[in-house]
Write a protein that binds this ligand. Structure first.
Ligand code: COA
Ligand code: AMP
Length: 623
């Protein structure tokens, strides 16, 4: 039997034995005897009798294993021209002291803490400190605007927000504190804040509500990690769904730690002591799993990079990092490599650096398109791997089994299901499809350790979003197929979620914002393919009859409203004002048709369309 098949079938035939064996590799306060308790809805609570703490595993356990003087975290910030490094001993001290700061602020086990920080070491320190005392962190990506932050404040009801005076994007200094203040003015719930002052910009501290990070830390003493039930929530991470209200994906301590520890070798082929560079942001799941928790729990050194793939200062940025820190594996989104390719198609920058430490390149966040795959492979002469996962899964669901024995890459495919994930392609009635037939990509329940346990405060939404569509399965929201050799091809979302530069956004949410404008009668937002960012949102708007607003002014106002409500990362820059939108006779907007027109594809007009001339109206507008 092939090595991959052997490991995969072990996990399939004896999941309890397989995952208990993986669990034994970690340092528990109380080792679990039970692998999983499966709930009525088919979801599993992993290691229900175990006691653990992820912060302990990431720091104390590494020191106990003799890695105290190894670098845990490198901070590299071309935007501030600064670098720093923290050994496991140093990071442990910082985290243990900040955990005390949290305690002094009244944060207890089970309390929520929102972390709204740029890519600075304090983000990782705050996350690990929350975990240390059993507080549940919710990191909000720094690119989100005040409204998005306010929505998360009201949903998570945190005791505290940890923020910084500013983030830095290229050559722009973006003050964060005014965003936090604006979010707090909008939110019902009113937490206190801790502010880390950066030298690029000083935040105003409000007496009685805001505390200065350094001042609080100067009075703190290191505290021990709290033994927690393995099922205790570690974090809530909000992700876009199909409505304006983001979904708070909840993840546990025990199952997550076991899954990440397994993946570090199985997926990424790493061994403890090696260096992993994940170029993402701590605001996304990739940052949680493979900048902070995964590498540290496994004993690797991780790099926190405050910069872009290009322009900070050039398209050689990633290759410089590889050379400077002797990186063994690098992971980023295909859009980042497309940006490098655009600036430096011949790879002249790459030739300036010593790349000898680098063994493998990983991409995820969107499908790795074959052209970017070929370019990266030819340029670097290294294995390049696509792998598929989501905020909900927390770690890869499909990947090349590199740690066991790498298999041939098929461009466009994220390779095979990872042990623990039984993947099926289903038709709308839930029938399993044959190979190569396109359908909904689903995972048979129960999910392996590491995946979401629920949606924060809304168990019903867990059912509605993922479990009801295909009983017995988790519905991923992605469509695709599996070929005759078992390779999985993920082709795109089947819902209103789009992927802009590796950022997951909801077109439904954008439509809600556009529809709030006083001159807008109806609207639709659909994705248009984009060479650099994968997809870009494009808006179509019907004016109210009584509207007299100039079209150009309306377009500007609408674009601005998306920037100020969601944030600049939404990248909605094109808006068309149209007389009609294609709809079914029951009034449902046919977004798929609009997308086909935008992409220049053949338009498959359904018999249920209300007014076929509405398609011509869209074509006319786009001409
Ligand atoms: N804080 C504040 N603003 C942010 C931000 C942050 N953390 N990240 C992005 N923005 C802003 C940018 O400044 C820009 O604003 P502008 O319209 O005023 O110029 C806007 O959001 C769009 O940013 P971005 O999508 O990053 O576009 P870009 O043209 O600046 O860069 C890429 C393009 C491809 C280089 C960049 O998107 C990239 O590195 N993508 C990789 C993403 C990634 O790692 N995803 C994680 C999944 S693995
Ligand atoms: P996020 O939850 O932000 O990580 O986004 C997850 C979504 O990104 C998935 O549901 C997919 O639509 C898409 N995605 C991520 N990785 C891949 C991949 N390797 N191939 C195809 N789509 C991907």
């Amino acid at each position: 039997m092939q090595p991959y098949k052997k490991v995969y079938s072990e996990a399939q035939q004896d999941p309890e034995g397989f995952w208990l064996e993986q669990a034994r590799r970690l340092d528990w306060f109380k080792h679990p005897k039970v692998a999983a308790h499966v709930r009525k809805n088919g979801m599993a609570d992993w290691f229900p009798d175990g006691e653990v703490n992820v912060s302990y595993l990431a720091l104390d356990a590494q020191i106990n294993a003799g890695r105290g003087e190894q670098v845990a975290l490198y901070y590299d910030s071309p935007v501030t021209q600064s670098k720093a490094s923290y050994t496991f001993n140093e990071l442990h001290h910082q985290v243990a002291c900040f955990a005390d700061v949290l305690k002094q602020q009244g944060v207890e086990q089970g309390d929520r803490v929102i972390i709204y920080l740029p890519m600075i070491p304090q983000a990782a320190i705050a996350m690990l400190a929350c975990a240390r005392i059993g507080a549940i962190h919710s990191v909000v990506f720094g690119g989100f605007a005040a409204h998005e932050l306010a929505v998360r404040i009201d949903d998570a009801a945190p005791k505290l927000i940890v923020t910084a005076s500013c983030g830095i994007e290229g050559d722009k200094v973006l003050p964060y504190k005014p965003i936090v203040d604006k979010a707090l003015a909008e939110a019902q719930h009113q937490p206190r804040t801790i502010v880390f002052q950066r030298e690029q910009c000083q935040a105003e501290i409000r007496e009685g509500r805001d505390t200065d990070w350094e001042q609080a830390l100067s009075q703190a003493k290191p505290i021990e990690a709290l033994p927690l039930p393995a099922t205790h929530p570690l974090y809530i991470l909000y992700t876009s769904g199909t409505t304006g209200k983001p979904k708070g994906v909840v993840r546990d301590h025990g199952g997550y730690a076991v899954a990440l520890n397994f993946s570090m070798n199985y997926v990424y082929g790493l061994t403890p002591g090696e260096v992993f560079f994940t170029a993402s942001d701590v605001g996304w799941v990739v940052g949680h799993s493979y900048i902070v928790y995964g590498p540290l729990i496994f004993g690797c050194s991780s790099i926190l990079y405050e910069g872009k793939p290009v322009n900070t200062p050039d398209a050689g940025a990633f290759w410089r990092i590889v050379q400077d820190y002797k990186v063994n594996a690098i992971f980023s989104a295909p859009t980042a490599f497309r940006a490098i390719k655009k600036e430096d198609p011949e790879g002249e920058h790459l030739n300036r650096y010593d790349m000898s430490s680098l063994q493998r390149i990983y991409m995820a966040g969107e499908r790795l398109d074959p052209a970017t795959y070929e370019w990266t492979t030819e340029l670097t002469d290294l294995p390049v791997y696509d792998h598929w996962w989501q905020t909900e899964s927390g770690w890869p669901m499909c990947a090349n089994p590199v740690g066991v024995s790498a298999v041939k890459v098929k461009p466009g495919s994220s390779t095979f299901p990872v042990p623990g994930y039984e993947i099926s392609v289903l038709d709308p009635l839930g029938k399993s499809l044959n190979s190569k037939e396109e359908g909904a990509i689903c995972v048979r329940l129960p999910l392996p350790p590491g995946c979401l346990t629920t949606i924060w405060g809304d168990e019903e939404r867990l059912h509605g979003s993922y479990l009801n569509a295909f009983p017995g399965y988790y519905c991923s929201g992605d469509g695709g197929h599996i070929d005759d050799d078992g390779y999985v091809f993920i082709m795109g979302r089947t819902d209103d979620v789009i992927n802009v530069a590796g950022h997951r956004l909801s077109t439904g949410e954008m439509e809600e914002i556009l529809a709030n404008h006083k001159d807008v009668a109806e609207c639709a937002v659909v994705a248009q393919p984009d060479e650099l960012k994968g997809e870009l949102p494009v808006g179509f708007v019907i004016l109210k009859n009584a509207s007299t607003i100039e079209h150009e002014q309306l377009q500007q106002e609408l674009i601005q409203s998306i920037r100020s409500e969601i944030g600049a990362i939404a990248c909605l820059k094109t808006l068309h004002i149209v007389p009609r939108l294609p709809k079914t006779r029951s009034g449902k907007i046919l977004r798929r048709l609009i997308r086909q027109v935008l992409q220049g594809d053949d338009v498959a007009v359904p018999s249920t369309i209300d007014d076929p001339t509405s398609i011509d109206a869209i074509k006319e507008t786009l001409r």
